[in-house]
Write a protein that binds this ligand. Structure first.
Ligand code: GUN
Length: 287
């Protein structure tokens, strides 16, 4: 079977151009400041540093301003809370994120709860998460939004299809399970959410029309676990012996799936551009 790649780089570039245009027309032409994203990074987790650098570069590409606060390893929870307070108050910052994961001595829930929901462009605060689950206007987590948008731009219908998600994280699995099952034109899918305690995951994946893999295990989903023609979305990214691997075993799935997202160049760029989109929305909302 011919497998088509879902090119996240291409679609993200188109969306960056659309965002740039909106910034020009709706913000700069009215003599307003350009949108400004704040980023708080703690410690020296190497992937987090890479992700944050990517996010800053994406901002530069389209002329969104960014400010990075990098707190050193072993910073106290109170110091992080203090920086969040400053970002919450700052009239210059339209939206901000606290890069996860945090060090073990920091209470992640307390940190997320301390972010002003109106500036929570990650969509992680319970106010945004709850509103999302209740079909209200809110910031949606960038990866979930990136997956939906990529499917939409490729005109892949999810209505009535069976979507199997592997992984129930707060950042990806749970939000995408909510969004895909919504009564909405970008929803109406029948969703099965599987996770580390699901016995015989293959039983579910073999029935899936769409499979979203966000399990954090390199090459987890093999070709033998899917039905012919399935649409496969790979959210994983792992550095492995100088190669970048996803959660999908690309070589065995390619040729059996109808569509697949490559790693890199699939969901990663879509996630980053959706953060820019949320920052633009925050700038339009908050001024
Ligand atoms: N760590 C991994 N993904 C994300 C994300 O989307 N937002 C934040 N804040 N941290 C992350």
């Amino acid at each position: 079977m011919t497998t088509q790649l879902l090119d996240g780089n291409l679609i993200a570039k188109k969306i960056r151009n659309e965002i740039s245009k909106i910034i020009e027309e709706r913000i700069l032409n009215k003599n307003k400041r350009i949108p400004h994203l704040g980023i708080i990074l703690t410690g020296n987790h190497s992937s987090s540093i890479t992700y944050v650098n990517h996010k800053i570069k994406e901002c530069q590409k389209i002329g969104i301003e960014s400010s990075l606060i990098h707190l050193p390893l072993n910073s106290l929870e109170e110091e992080l809370l203090e920086e969040i307070k400053k970002m919450n108050k700052s009239p210059l910052i339209d939206g901000f994120i606290v890069q996860l994961p945090l060090e073990k001595h920091i209470n992640q829930d307390k940190i997320i709860l301390s972010i002003n929901p109106k500036k929570d462009v990650d969509g992680f605060h319970p106010e945004n998460f709850g509103k999302m689950a209740l079909d209200m206007k809110a910031f949606f987590p960038a990866t979930a939004l990136g997956i939906l948008t990529l499917l939409e731009r490729y005109k892949i219908k999810i209505y009535g299809k069976h979507t199997v998600i592997i992984g129930r994280s707060r950042i990806v699995g749970r939000p995408i399970s909510i969004l895909m099952s919504r009564k909405n034109y970008l929803g109406n899918s029948t969703v099965t959410l599987t996770h580390s305690q699901t016995p015989n995951i293959e039983y579910y994946t073999k029935q899936a029309d769409i499979i979203i893999v966000a399990v954090g295990i390199p090459r987890f989903l093999k070709g033998g676990m899917i039905k012919r023609g399935a649409i496969v979305i790979d959210v994983g990214i792992h550095n492995h012996e100088k190669k970048i691997l996803g959660d999908v075993d690309f070589d065995t799935v390619y040729g059996k799936a109808s569509y697949i997202t490559p790693v890199p160049g699939g969901i990663g760029p879509m996630t980053r551009v959706m953060l820019l989109k949320n920052t633009l929305i925050a700038a339009l909302n908050n001024r």
